[in-house]
Design a protein around this ligand. Sequence first.
Ligand SMILES: Cc1cc2nc3c(=O)[nH]c(=O)nc-3n(C[C@H](O)[C@H](O)[C@H](O)COP(=O)(O)OP(=O)(O)OC[C@H]3O[C@@H](n4cnc5c(N)ncnc54)[C@H](O)[C@@H]3O)c2cc1C
Length: 454
Amino acid sequence: MKPIAVLGAGLAGLTAADELRRRGLPVIVFEAGRAVGGMAASFKDEEGFSYDYGAHFISNRLARALGSESICRTVRHYGEAVTVNGRNYSHPFGLMLDPHFLAGAVAARMTRHEGRAPHAAALFRRLYGEPMAEAVAIPLVEAWSGAPADELAPSVGEKFGNSVLKSLYLNAAAKVTKRAVCNGYTRTMPEGAGVYHVYPEGGIAKLLEPALNRLSGSVRLESPVERVVVERGRVAAVRVHGQDIPVSAAISTAPVHVLPRLLEGSDALDGLKGFRYRPMIFVNLRFLGRHLLPDTMAWVPDRKQTFFRVTEAPFSMPQLAPEGKTLLTFDIGCEVGDERWTMSDEELAKRCLDGLCEIYGEHLRASYLGAGGTIRTPVSYPVYLSKYEDERQRFSRSTGVEGLWSIGRNGEFAHILMEDVYWRTIHRMEDVARYVGGETMVEARATGTQAIAA
Ligand SMILES: Cc1cc2nc3c(=O)[nH]c(=O)nc-3n(C[C@H](O)[C@H](O)[C@H](O)COP(=O)(O)OP(=O)(O)OC[C@H]3O[C@@H](n4cnc5c(N)ncnc54)[C@H](O)[C@@H]3O)c2cc1C
């Protein structure tokens, strides 16, 4: 039987390949880079600070599913804050305790709205009321999308978490169990008191090791898939290092605007070529002390600042920084080649430090130990422009090419975290197995017929 090609050895690609292997199907994973992991990459510097390239926060349920639970430590606390006009609010309930925001939210809930909200800005005004939408939700969504909120589809709001009652329950469960119970982390699986944040020894990339070990020999590094060859509407081969390898199906985790350029023999996905992802810069700064932020993650909906979010990972995972020190990661939205993208690392670090001191106090400058590395990534957040919406929804049902699937965060063009990537991938592999199983039957029948004819 021809193998199934998987493009990419991040969480989605390795999960897909491992699930197909478990079902007894032959699979080859082609990874463009020198290492597996994709966005799940971690490293530690000589001074003992640990950095994760993308994800920091995962759940015990994901760790268990990946076979990595035994190397994970329970996270005792995780919280988010929003800093507006110099005041820190806990998220989500602190904002609701502010009379101005509360009055706006109540008024919005009491207003009757006809039909669906036409865009994200309208959705936020309906959900949170005018004051909170204008001060918090709209500036944040615009910073991470790089587009005006009235050009974004309301589906961007699907990312936001649970109902008030569910959040209250999950917050209470966290207090009682003294564990960082997940709240709004996954949309695919139910959240409850038994699903909480954990962190693997050695960094997030360690999570993928059990799957990688099971797949030993089937993962080819530094092997970008150059073309997916489609014949008569079906995937027939992949081209790697200039050679065509016949395959029974292909599963891509590449960004959706790249996938149509990989297809040879089909223009079915040309509508995706213009889809945009928001590039990001992540600036890491090291400090003396701990708990410099109001909570693990602080949202900064302040258009004057370069960054819109700061994360103090050691707030929740103390082992990620040496004793008595901490690490802050600043998220900066940008476009490739713009002023921010081309700014020197020193200037970016200076702007982040200045902004931090302006918001949280000048005293922090004395604790600053220096920059800990800057990461620029051209593909970070899918931009849910309204004009993509029909195509996006069509694509979420099928690629339109027989034998081709597109999975994972960039592959689905979905703002999803690792656990959703995992379960959605497992689910999709049922379709792949059915398709490939059917293919095998057809081929077996054809071969049988030829044998009889001979
Ligand atoms: C800033 C940020 C913070 C995040 N924080 C969290 C968090 O706290 N918790 C959480 O759960 N999730 C988080 N996530 C999301 C999480 O990191 C991703 O959902 C997950 O890692 C995506 O995995 P993936 O396999 O879909 O994609 P990727 O990890 O991007 O893997 C895709 C792989 O495909 C390879 N590839 C691409 N094209 C080709 C080709 N043509 N041929 C061969 N290989 C190819 C790439 O080199 C890459 O290795 C975060 C993401 C970002 C960007």
